[in-house]
Design a protein around this ligand. Structure first.
Ligand code: FE2
Length: 344
């Protein structure tokens, strides 16, 4: 039974609900903070709330040749923002990454938008020798050419439908098996062969594609008049390789730890799910260690940041305790002059 009093006043047509208005103001504030941060980093803001057929982009900014598209996630605290990626997306990426790289992989990504009329790329290889000139690549021994592609899994998650005419990535099947490919991919005859034999598959929004970075590939031309081809380009790095971008894994681990701890305690996630988060956030590599500060008395391989994060969750450390341990771990692995941990 309804209580007495005035009935709720109908909202004018087109007026957002109060909670939506608060969310909008919060989002705007976070966007402003993000814009200030980018300006401080030397970026010029080209557009705010730029509308495209596939959605709105919060900030478009440029620094020299680097054009970035920024999606601002406004939450009450940083921890919640970390959970903006859906479970299904995470599971999909983790399964592909573990199949290629094993555990303790690390993920970096960039959003890529190609407008109608955008030109095609030339066929090429990527990580890691693919970024070198043919002369530099030729100076590496043959076994490095064989090993290079196994240090990275390349991928993309489509954020828009990508019909063939919009130019999804062109791929040359089995070309990853050509041992001399890192030296050969710039040759005109190889590029001609590529253009005569590539395959291309249309993608739907939400589809993901993963491939060996030694596969000859090239983004296609966007021949549509209306499709903004948009994807998250993923570089998933082996724990034993180098990620192209440097991220602050200590800070990420400190931020995510209390969230993981709470979710595990509440039974909202399982330990394997927590492990997948740890794998893509914490440092998975144990070395180098500083023998003065961190003598490997208990064995040859010291505990990695990721292994420590899992141990902390299992032993239910307080977040402050974990933060102190993270700082100490980083100090132990550093190469500074002091043998004393002064302030952490
Ligand atoms: Fe590429």
């Amino acid at each position: 039974m309804k209580s007495g009093g005035d009935p709720p006043r109908p909202r004018p047509v087109g007026t957002p609900r109060p909670e939506r208005q608060v969310a909008f103001r919060l989002g705007l504030s976070a966007e402003s903070r993000a814009a200030v941060f980018l300006i401080a980093k030397g970026f010029r803001i080209l557009a705010r709330r730029w509308r495209s057929p596939v959605g709105e982009i919060d900030i478009v900014a440029r620094r020299r040749k680097l054009l970035v598209f920024v999606e601002v996630k406004a939450r009450e605290n940083l921890d919640d923002a970390a959970w903006s990626v859906t479970e299904r997306q995470r599971a999909r990426i983790v399964a592909a990454a573990e199949a290629w790289l094993g555990p303790c992989f690390q993920v970096t990504s960039q959003v890529n938008v190609v407008r109608p009329g955008g030109e095609a790329q030339q066929a090429h290889r990527d990580y890691h020798l693919g970024f070198q000139s043919a002369e530099v690549a030729a100076s590496f021994p043959a076994h490095v050419h064989g090993m290079s592609p196994f240090l990275t899994l390349q991928g993309a998650v489509a954020h828009s439908d990508m019909p063939i005419e919009s130019g999804p990535t062109k791929l040359l099947p089995y070309s990853q098996r050509y041992a001399q490919g890192y030296v050969a991919w710039r040759r005109a005859d190889f590029r001609e062969y590529f253009e005569n034999n590539f395959v291309q598959v249309p993608l739907a929004k939400g589809d993901a594609i993963f491939f060996n970075p030694a596969l000859f590939h090239a983004a296609g031309s966007n021949r549509t008049s209306h499709v903004q081809r948009m994807a998250n380009l993923l570089q998933i790095s082996s724990a034993y390789g180098r990620a192209m971008e440097v991220v602050n894994r200590t800070r990420m681990s400190e931020t995510l730890y209390p969230v993981l701890r709470d979710r595990l305690k509440a039974g909202n996630i399982t330990e394997p799910e927590a492990l997948s988060v740890i794998a893509s956030c914490a440092e998975g590599y144990s070395f180098p260690t500083n023998l003065d500060r961190d003598s490997p008395a208990k064995g040859l391989a010291p505990e990695s940041q990721g292994q420590m994060m899992l141990r902390a969750l299992r032993e239910d450390w307080e977040p402050a305790e974990f933060a102190r341990a993270l700082a100490k771990h980083a100090w132990r692995h550093g190469a500074g002059e002091s043998t004393e941990l002064i302030d952490y």
